[in-house]
Design a protein around this ligand. Structure first.
Ligand code: G3P
Ligand code: CA
Length: 378
């Protein structure tokens, strides 16, 4: 069970958080001073390779993670789901027809089905219906080939990795690159997998422990869009915990429990103070930090960074992507939605708004924009 924190304990915990993130590499984070004081940053800000370097390789493949690390990402980000035989594997969602070639496997045709997960209906093939051995017969494909045609030559080249393989890759790359490459797994749909008897949290903790990554100074952190699992993990592991948030709706675990609180409640000042009792970092959607204006251009920052820092939380928003389709209108280059626009300019606006890190599909843009920001600040 989680141990309730006093304000002083929370301050200590955040400092430990910063220490562990600093251990992730030369460009990681420094500590906020106290939950009720402005965050005092050093020159170090965090770049997370979101699903790997997924602008350049099919997401959640070892190749995508490796490229992210080689581009300078401080941490690599595997989203985690589980197989029928209880193995943690790296996919953004249980349903895998959008990111693998499962539909081309006639021997698995009878597994195609329809399920409702967190209130949303999906039809396809689900990791929880395949053993690891079956999943390993599949190959990853690009999720958005219309936007990331440059990734499609890699379709069919890579397996779906296990979390264990990512942790081994992290160790190999850390040794080769001469710095600790951090890992920041996200537990996907924890309540849903609990309902199947495939609880993921214990397996995540066990894997981190096995690799010596459960200490406060370890180059690791754990994320979730749910709240109850992070509260429980707070009593289990010392690594930083990241409360992800959405601009709309409610946390799935609260919905399942009949708790009426919404994401808007979670990011209110009172909600953030509650989050700081068990988590160390807030991971909001980038629109919660700087929303788009009505014309699609980047608008004005909200108070979220200030409010979260006041609560003692670091702020690492998601997801920055380089294609015009994902960028604010004024940062597009040309009219092709797949063309890369001024991604560095968008990131620079967020660094200037005071974020402590970013999740980006293009870690090179995260590293370069951070350098620009640090140069202009010095
Ligand atoms: O974990 C940060 C970000 O990845 C959350 O969004 O949907 O890409 O996992 P998603
Ligand atoms: Ca994620």
């Amino acid at each position: 069970m989680p141990v309730p924190r006093t304000a002083a304990a929370a301050a200590t915990a955040v400092a430990l958080t910063a220490a562990s993130l600093v251990a992730a590499g030369p460009a990681a984070l420094a500590a906020p001073a106290a939950p009720d004081a402005p965050v005092a940053l050093t020159d170090e800000l965090l770049v997370v390779g979101h699903r790997g370097a997924s602008a350049y390789r099919p997401e959640h493949t070892l190749a995508a993670y490796e490229l992210a690390a080689r581009m300078g990402a401080d941490m690599i980000e595997p989203d985690l789901v589980m197989t029928a035989d209880g193995v943690l594997v790296d996919r953004h969602e249980p349903e895998i027809s959008g990111t693998t070639d499962v539909a081309d496997h006639p021997e698995l045709a009878d597994r195609r089905t329809t399920k409702t997960i967190d209130g949303v209906t999906h039809t396809g093939w689900f990791t929880e219906d395949l053993t690891l051995a079956e999943l390993k017969t599949l190959r990853a494909v690009e999720r958005v080939p219309e936007l990331r045609q440059r990734n499609t030559p890699y379709d069919g080249a890579y397996e779906v990795p296990t979390f264990e393989e990512v942790l081994q890759l992290r160790e190999r790359l850390s040794a080769e690159l001469g710095r600790e490459v951090g890992v920041i797994p996200e537990i996907k749909h924890g309540t849903y997998f609990d309902s199947l008897g495939l609880s993921m949290e214990e397996a995540v903790v066990a894997a981190l422990r096995e690799h010596g990554l459960d200490g406060a100074d370890a180059p690791a952190a754990v994320q979730s869009f749910e709240t109850a699992n992070l509260r429980e993990l707070d009593g289990e592991v010392d690594v930083p915990l990241v409360q992800l948030t959405s601009p709309t709706g409610s946390p799935a675990d609260l919905v399942a429990a009949g708790d009426p609180r919404t994401w808007a409640d979670v990011v209110s000042p009172a909600g953030l103070a509650d989050v700081a009792e068990y988590a160390d970092v807030l991971g909001p959607d980038k629109s919660q930090v700087i929303p788009l204006a009505a014309d699609g251009t980047l608008g004005e920052p909200t108070s979220l960074v200030t409010d979260a820092h006041a609560a003692g939380l670091l702020v690492v928003p998601y997801t920055f992507r380089p294609e015009n389709d994902y960028l604010p209108a004024e940062l597009d280059l040309g009219t092709d939605p797949a063309a890369h626009g001024l991604a560095d300019a968008e990131l620079l606006a967020f660094w200037r708004a005071g974020v402590d890190g970013v999740f980006t599909d293009a870690p090179d843009t995260g590293v370069e924009s951070r350098a620009t920001f640090l140069a202009e600040r010095s």
